[in-house]
Design a protein around this ligand. Structure first.
Ligand code: SF4
Length: 160
Protein backbone atom coordinates (compact mmCIF):
# COMPACT_ATOMS: atom_id res chain seq x y z
CA UNK A 1 0.00 0.00 0.00
CA UNK A 2 1.38 3.41 -0.98
CA UNK A 3 -1.23 5.57 0.68
CA UNK A 4 0.62 8.84 1.14
CA UNK A 5 3.85 8.16 -0.68
CA UNK A 6 4.44 9.57 -4.13
CA UNK A 7 4.50 7.04 -6.94
CA UNK A 8 7.95 6.75 -8.51
CA UNK A 9 7.62 6.99 -12.25
CA UNK A 10 9.94 6.73 -15.23
CA UNK A 11 9.44 7.65 -18.87
CA UNK A 12 11.68 5.94 -21.45
CA UNK A 13 11.98 6.41 -25.20
CA UNK A 14 13.34 3.85 -27.64
CA UNK A 15 13.13 3.90 -31.47
CA UNK A 16 10.45 6.42 -32.38
CA UNK A 17 9.79 10.09 -33.06
CA UNK A 18 9.00 10.80 -29.36
CA UNK A 19 5.67 12.48 -30.10
CA UNK A 20 4.13 10.62 -27.16
CA UNK A 21 6.60 12.50 -24.98
CA UNK A 22 5.35 15.74 -26.51
CA UNK A 23 1.74 14.78 -25.71
CA UNK A 24 2.81 13.84 -22.17
CA UNK A 25 4.46 17.22 -21.60
CA UNK A 26 1.44 19.01 -23.07
CA UNK A 27 -0.75 17.21 -20.56
CA UNK A 28 1.43 18.74 -17.85
CA UNK A 29 -0.07 22.13 -18.69
CA UNK A 30 -3.32 20.94 -17.16
CA UNK A 31 -2.12 18.35 -14.66
CA UNK A 32 1.20 19.59 -13.24
CA UNK A 33 -0.20 20.78 -9.91
CA UNK A 34 -1.99 17.49 -9.34
CA UNK A 35 0.87 15.28 -10.63
CA UNK A 36 3.66 16.91 -8.66
CA UNK A 37 1.83 15.89 -5.48
CA UNK A 38 1.19 12.41 -6.80
CA UNK A 39 4.39 11.49 -8.65
CA UNK A 40 8.10 11.40 -7.97
CA UNK A 41 9.54 11.88 -11.47
CA UNK A 42 12.56 9.61 -10.97
CA UNK A 43 13.62 9.15 -14.55
CA UNK A 44 12.00 11.56 -17.02
CA UNK A 45 14.67 13.04 -19.28
CA UNK A 46 12.35 15.54 -20.90
CA UNK A 47 11.79 17.16 -17.49
CA UNK A 48 15.22 17.01 -15.86
CA UNK A 49 18.84 16.05 -16.38
CA UNK A 50 19.46 14.20 -13.13
CA UNK A 51 17.65 10.90 -13.59
CA UNK A 52 17.72 7.77 -11.44
CA UNK A 53 16.74 4.26 -12.47
CA UNK A 54 16.23 2.41 -9.21
CA UNK A 55 12.94 0.90 -8.16
CA UNK A 56 10.03 2.43 -10.03
CA UNK A 57 6.33 2.03 -9.41
CA UNK A 58 5.39 2.74 -13.03
CA UNK A 59 7.61 2.75 -16.13
CA UNK A 60 6.16 4.22 -19.31
CA UNK A 61 7.83 2.95 -22.48
CA UNK A 62 7.48 4.58 -25.88
CA UNK A 63 9.11 3.39 -29.08
CA UNK A 64 10.04 0.07 -30.60
CA UNK A 65 13.02 -2.12 -29.69
CA UNK A 66 15.60 -2.10 -32.45
CA UNK A 67 18.83 -3.45 -30.95
CA UNK A 68 20.19 -5.83 -28.32
CA UNK A 69 21.18 -2.76 -26.32
CA UNK A 70 17.54 -1.58 -26.34
CA UNK A 71 16.34 -5.05 -25.31
CA UNK A 72 18.84 -5.24 -22.44
CA UNK A 73 17.86 -1.78 -21.20
CA UNK A 74 14.15 -2.63 -21.41
CA UNK A 75 14.71 -5.83 -19.42
CA UNK A 76 16.56 -3.83 -16.77
CA UNK A 77 13.64 -1.36 -16.56
CA UNK A 78 11.19 -4.28 -16.28
CA UNK A 79 13.10 -5.80 -13.36
CA UNK A 80 13.09 -2.44 -11.57
CA UNK A 81 9.42 -1.53 -12.18
CA UNK A 82 6.26 -2.74 -10.51
CA UNK A 83 4.14 -1.80 -13.53
CA UNK A 84 5.30 -1.33 -17.10
CA UNK A 85 3.10 0.45 -19.63
CA UNK A 86 3.67 0.48 -23.41
CA UNK A 87 2.85 3.93 -24.80
CA UNK A 88 1.96 4.67 -28.42
CA UNK A 89 1.73 2.48 -31.52
CA UNK A 90 5.50 1.96 -31.90
CA UNK A 91 5.70 0.39 -28.44
CA UNK A 92 2.38 -1.44 -28.62
CA UNK A 93 2.50 -2.91 -32.15
CA UNK A 94 5.98 -1.96 -33.39
CA UNK A 95 4.72 0.23 -36.22
CA UNK A 96 5.45 2.73 -37.67
CA UNK A 97 8.96 2.48 -36.20
CA UNK A 98 9.30 -1.09 -37.49
CA UNK A 99 8.83 -0.18 -41.16
CA UNK A 100 12.06 -1.89 -42.18
CA UNK A 101 10.56 -5.25 -41.15
CA UNK A 102 8.43 -4.96 -44.29
CA UNK A 103 11.12 -3.83 -46.73
CA UNK A 104 11.63 -5.85 -49.91
CA UNK A 105 14.95 -7.54 -50.62
CA UNK A 106 16.36 -4.56 -52.50
CA UNK A 107 15.44 -2.17 -49.70
CA UNK A 108 16.92 -4.54 -47.12
CA UNK A 109 20.20 -4.61 -49.03
CA UNK A 110 20.22 -0.81 -49.17
CA UNK A 111 19.99 -0.48 -45.37
CA UNK A 112 22.27 -3.41 -44.56
CA UNK A 113 25.22 -1.13 -43.72
CA UNK A 114 23.06 0.89 -41.32
CA UNK A 115 21.76 -2.21 -39.54
CA UNK A 116 25.39 -3.30 -39.10
CA UNK A 117 26.64 0.15 -38.06
CA UNK A 118 24.01 0.53 -35.33
CA UNK A 119 24.21 -3.15 -34.34
CA UNK A 120 20.47 -3.34 -34.91
CA UNK A 121 18.34 -6.47 -34.57
CA UNK A 122 17.35 -8.17 -37.83
CA UNK A 123 13.73 -7.25 -37.01
CA UNK A 124 12.37 -4.38 -34.95
CA UNK A 125 10.31 -5.61 -31.97
CA UNK A 126 7.32 -4.30 -30.05
CA UNK A 127 7.76 -3.95 -26.28
CA UNK A 128 5.72 -7.07 -25.44
CA UNK A 129 8.04 -9.15 -27.66
CA UNK A 130 10.77 -8.50 -25.08
CA UNK A 131 9.09 -8.08 -21.67
CA UNK A 132 5.67 -8.49 -20.07
CA UNK A 133 3.52 -5.35 -20.19
CA UNK A 134 0.91 -4.50 -17.57
CA UNK A 135 -1.02 -1.99 -19.67
CA UNK A 136 -0.93 -0.41 -23.11
CA UNK A 137 -2.05 2.91 -24.57
CA UNK A 138 -2.11 2.81 -28.36
CA UNK A 139 -2.34 5.56 -30.95
CA UNK A 140 0.16 7.46 -33.03
CA UNK A 141 0.77 9.50 -31.01
CA UNK A 142 -1.02 8.20 -27.90
CA UNK A 143 -4.57 9.26 -27.20
CA UNK A 144 -4.33 11.73 -24.25
CA UNK A 145 -7.78 10.74 -22.91
CA UNK A 146 -6.83 7.04 -22.87
CA UNK A 147 -3.49 7.89 -21.23
CA UNK A 148 -5.24 9.80 -18.44
CA UNK A 149 -7.74 6.99 -17.97
CA UNK A 150 -4.90 4.47 -17.63
CA UNK A 151 -2.89 6.70 -15.26
CA UNK A 152 -5.91 7.20 -13.01
CA UNK A 153 -6.59 3.46 -12.99
CA UNK A 154 -2.99 2.64 -12.02
CA UNK A 155 -2.91 5.32 -9.33
CA UNK A 156 -6.14 3.87 -7.87
CA UNK A 157 -4.60 0.38 -7.87
CA UNK A 158 -1.50 1.57 -6.01
CA UNK A 159 -3.62 3.32 -3.40
CA UNK A 160 -5.68 0.21 -2.59
S1 SF4 B 1 3.60 5.88 -32.10
FE1 SF4 B 1 3.67 7.43 -33.71
S2 SF4 B 1 3.85 9.33 -32.62
FE2 SF4 B 1 4.39 7.72 -31.22
S3 SF4 B 1 6.55 7.52 -31.38
FE3 SF4 B 1 5.69 6.08 -32.80
S4 SF4 B 1 5.63 7.22 -34.72
FE4 SF4 B 1 5.88 8.69 -33.13
Amino acid sequence: MIQDKKLKIGWFSFSCCEDNTVVFTELMNDHWQEWKKLFDFRHVRVLKSNNVLDDLDIAFIEGAIASDEHAARLKEIRVKSKKLVAIGACAVVGMPAAQRNYFNEKQKQEIEFLVARFQALPKVLKVSDVVKTDAEVGGCPMDPAKFLEMVNKLVAEFKK
